[in-house]
Design a protein. Sequence first.
Length: 184
Amino acid sequence: MDKLIISIAIEDVMFGMFVSVPPGYVGCIYSHSKGVLLKVLRPGLHLKLPFWHKAKLFNTQVQEYQIRNGFDIATSELGDAEIIAATTDLQNVIIEMTILFHIDSENATQLWQHIGDNYIEKIIRPTVRSRVRTIAAQYTANDFFSSRRAEIEQKIHHELMASLSTKGIVIVDALLGSIGHIPQ
């Protein structure tokens, strides 16, 4: 029985010494003495101190953040319900769209240290809702159904890039989907 306990303890220590970072991810290390270490672990096998270091993996692949009618946050964290925004002509539009983003691998440690694990809830969701409403307020309801639609997409993309890039989140694209009009 003693040999079994010793072998389990050795196995825990041995497997606790390694961090395996798969392709499309980066790893970050939290040290109980120094906090989040600034070194970003690239894909591969890395050593860490068991019980003293905690590893966290971040997905650096392009992710799809959908804003659509009927979205349920309980079933998926990566998205939001449609946005109702006021326009310059005092109309309300219902905006559905897709935001393509990824985590900047060079700044993953700062993202973890300053924002934490739930960066979507803390940063992405409120920033997207705010910036989309800000841009929508600069256009009329008819602009969303006209040739100005591409211009609106570009403005949203630019605003989101400016707001989120400083936090370690790279916006790849902002794509308008279905637009609805709420008659008054």
